[in-house]
Design a protein around this ligand. Structure first.
Ligand code: GDP
Ligand code: MG
Length: 425
């Protein structure tokens, strides 16, 4: 793996100044910058300043106009900034020009997000897709100036001063392209595997619950906590590498499938949207969304709203949703969230309120049929009638003991039939 992309390392609390260009300074602009600030801080740097330029379009050469570039340079100098971070994706030449003029490291939102995803990706699929996205970001930035090659880590020895020769660049480009082709093949393979697993689930009528939420909210931890010891369901080879989906038996006895997804962020880099299409497909096809939020985070509510707007973009905002406010063990005090009256405070780590959460999931699925397999005595034609009237009868088999029926039916009718049959015994 010679071309593995090494993310930019933040030194001890590097100081960052954020900048952006907007037509109009709306509250939305501030909230996007707040989000970028939170991302930068969670990547280990601290944000010491912001600069917003009002302009119809970014400058093609420097992103900011020349007066503002000078202002940014002064600001960085005054605040002792080590890095300037743009809230939009910079073109390779804009980044290069800014680094030359500012004489300081320049990054953009995409790079920050890719760094965070690279540090957090834990599943085989996640790692593969993040690397693919990083290489897609890196490739057009390879030519020319040595600074840009810093992303290539070990293979970039000395280039900061000399700049690599064209032959070496050509070689790196070829290696990156072939690595990308290789990663794409693996991604397609996983994708096929996933859609197969999805259709098998549908055939068995098992509801799927997608865990969604901001990155680092505790989705994977919650998946593990809820299904501890539960069966891994994907086939063996993938299961060990990639524990993305697990079975969970709810308090009402219904078996569901929990599927993990990547974290949500606004203005998700386009390289990542493409890379994560498989996981996003899980979200679109889920029967219920389990939205996990980190309630100990100072920007918890903003993160929840971000997830809501990403779900709206995915046309998944109307799905039944259960909100879990995770990490209550770490929260100073629970903020009042009148916007979210039915949210359930939990701790995945301390296993607090997990039963309550499972109950809420069952409640959220009450309008989705369960598959039942029953033997109806010949004397209870009425129950058989109910199954036919209210449910979807899959198979009927007459035996000496009665009629064996397999049907998909809403839980409330299933419960009625089961209660009546129990009385019969
Ligand atoms: P994901 O990105 O949403 O999948 O988040 P992870 O499950 O990887 O968790 C992110 C971090 O939060 C990890 O360091 C977890 O150990 C931590 N974490 C998860 N759940 C809890 C919790 O209930 N309490 C605390 N204090 N930390 C938690
Ligand atoms: Mg995770």
């Amino acid at each position: 793996m010679v071309t593995t992309f090494h993310s930019v390392q933040y030194t001890e609390r590097e100081k960052a100044v954020l900048f952006t260009v907007v037509r109009e300074h709306t509250p939305e602009v501030d909230s996007l910058l707040d989000e970028l600030a939170a991302l930068v801080e969670s990547a280990g740097a601290s944000v010491v300043g912001r600069l917003v330029q009002l302009r119809a379009h970014p400058d093609p050469a420097h992103f900011l106009g020349s007066g503002k570039v000078k202002e940014l340079k002064d600001l960085l100098c005054t605040l002792g900034g080590d890095v300037a971070i743009c809230d939009d994706e910079l073109s390779p030449s804009q980044q290069r020009n800014l680094e030359t003029t500012l004489e300081i490291k320049v990054m953009d939102r995409t790079q920050v997000i890719l760094d965070i995803f690279a540090a957090r990706a834990s599943s085989a699929e996640g790692k593969l897709q993040v690397e693919l996205a990083q290489l897609a970001y890196l490739l057009p930035r390879l030519r020319g100036k040595g600074v840009l090659m810093s992303g290539l880590g070990a293979s970039a020895g000395g280039i900061r001063t000399r700049g690599p020769g064209e032959t070496k660049l050509e070689y790196d480009r070829r290696r990156i392209k072939s690595r990308m082709a290789d990663l794409k093949r693996q991604a397609d393979e996983l994708d096929r595997h996933r859609s197969l697993a999805r259709s098998q689930r549908a055939a068995r009528s098992i509801p799927t619950i997608a865990l969604v939420g901001y990155t680092n909210a505790g989705k994977s931890s919650l998946l593990n906590a809820l299904t501890e010891g539960g069966a891994l369901v994907e086939d063996k080879l993938f299961a060990t590498l990639d524990p993305l989906a697990r079975e969970l038996v709810l308090p009402d006895g219904r078996t569901v499938m929990l599927v993990d997804t990547v974290g949500f962020i606004r203005k998700l880099p386009h390289q990542l949207i493409k890379a994560f299409r498989a996981t996003l497909a899980e979200v679109r096809q889920a029967d219920l969304l389990l939205h996990v939020a980190d309630i100990s985070h100072p920007h918890a509510l903003e993160q929840i709203l971000t997830v809501h707007s990403v779900l709206a973009e995915l046309a998944a905002a109307d799905k039944p949703q259960v909100i879990a406010l995770n990490k209550i063990d770490a929260a100073e005090e629970l903020p009042a969230l009148p916007e979210l009256p039915s949210a359930i405070p939990i701790s995945a780590r301390q296993r607090i309120n997990l039963e309550l959460l499972a109950g809420a999931i069952a409640e959220g699925l009450k309008d989705r049929p369960v598959r039942v397999s029953l033997v109806i005595p010949f004397t209870r034609g009425d129950l058989l009638g109910l199954l036919h009237a209210k449910g979807d009868v899959i198979s009927v088999n007459h035996t000496a003991a009665g009629t064996e029926v397999v049907a998909d039916i809403l839980p409330r009718y299933a419960n009625k039939v089961k209660t009546d049959l129990a009385k019969h015994d």
